[in-house]
Design a protein around this ligand. Structure first.
Ligand code: PSU
Ligand code: MN
Length: 304
């Protein structure tokens, strides 16, 4: 990849050269997933916990048309306060560089960029997937396509609850994406503790998990590993309650003709209002827990 489009922090550049453990983080969460000022809190807490657990954080975003790897506090502030920052996936990545824009990267574009730099771990809240009502809209996140092509370990709490999680789970298998639980037998439901979809394997220790990741790397398997980390039980929201809020919000989105890349952020905002910030609290918790686990696994992977 042409490095002339990148501004990589010195710390991360050195870490790449010296094969130190690095965890990449997306930035679409900051501008489109969480409201201000919680977005700043989550972005910085994720960075802090990655450091505290032995790895180097690499948050990725587009700043003035440059791909920035390793955001400063000022960058995070800019992206979190500015309401017209564009959500950048694969299809609009080159355009945002050409237009000198600020942009925040989704799972799809972040793992694409991170893996090309040699980064092996990534952490987020929930991946995108197959939307409800897909038979009419064909709305399937390009996260899935990218996960099928990118060798990286993605720590997440499943796919976002607003999606069709059954169809998303099936599609993951079709695409050769491994669905691995960390101390869970079932794919988590993001804001709720678990779905009824059984994972390919449940690893209960980081050492066993690391061995597995090494085998995958040696086999040169091309897709990602989704490492599912459920929200702590005492912070999880009741599944039925979540589904009620989703139904109400989807009806409202249809009425207001919200679609395409606006749909995910719109639903998250609406459900947050309906839940009186309960989903926001859950979201904050799980993102930070996932960053912590990713840092531990990345650090262990480099040791063995
Ligand atoms: N997880 C969240 N909130 C988000 C996202 C993930 O808790 O906003 C973002 C991620 O960046 C993910 C994107 O890649 O939503 C998927 O959007 P779409 O469905 O438009 O592909
Ligand atoms: Mn979409």
């Amino acid at each position: 990849m042409d490095k002339s489009y990148f501004d990589i922090s010195e710390e991360i550049q050195l870490a790449i050269e010296n094969q130190k453990p690095i965890v990449a983080l997306e930035s679409a969460l900051i501008s489109h997933g969480l409201p201000y000022p919680e977005n700043i809190y989550v972005a910085q807490s994720s960075i802090n916990t990655i450091r505290e657990n032995g790895s180097i954080p690499a948050t990725i975003a587009i700043i003035n048309g440059r791909i920035k790897v390793g955001l400063s506090n000022d960058d995070i502030k800019t992206l979190s306060e500015n309401s017209n920052v564009e959500k950048i996936s694969k299809h609009n990545l080159a355009n945002s560089l050409n237009n000198n824009n600020h942009g925040t990267t989704t799972v799809a574009s972040t793992i694409y960029l991170a893996a090309n730099l040699g980064i092996k771990f990534f952490s987020t809240g929930g991946i995108g997937g197959v939307h409800l009502n897909v038979e009419n809209t064909f709305d399937i996140s390009s996260d899935l396509r990218e996960l099928s092509k990118t060798p990286i370990c993605v720590v997440c709490s499943g796919a976002k609850s607003i999606l069709d999680l059954d169809k998303t789970f099936e599609r993951l298998e079709t695409l050769g994406i491994s669905r691995i639980g960390f101390q869970t037998d079932y794919m988590p439901g993001f804001w709720y503790y678990q779905t009824n979809k059984k994972v390919d394997h449940n690893y209960t220790t980081i050492n066993e998990l690391t061995n597995y990741l090494k085998i995958r790397e040696n086999l040169k398997l091309d897709g990602s590993v989704l490492l599912f980390n459920a929200i702590p039980k005492d912070k999880a929201i009741d599944k039925k309650l979540v589904q009620e809020w989703i139904n109400i919000s989807i009806k409202k989105a249809k009425k207001n003709l919200i679609e395409g890349k606006e749909l995910t952020p719109y639903l998250i905002r609406e459900i947050n209002n309906l839940s009186k910030n309960k989903t926001l609290e859950a979201n904050k918790e799980l993102i930070i827990c996932n960053a912590t686990l990713a840092a531990k696994v990345a650090a262990n992977y480099k040791k063995i």
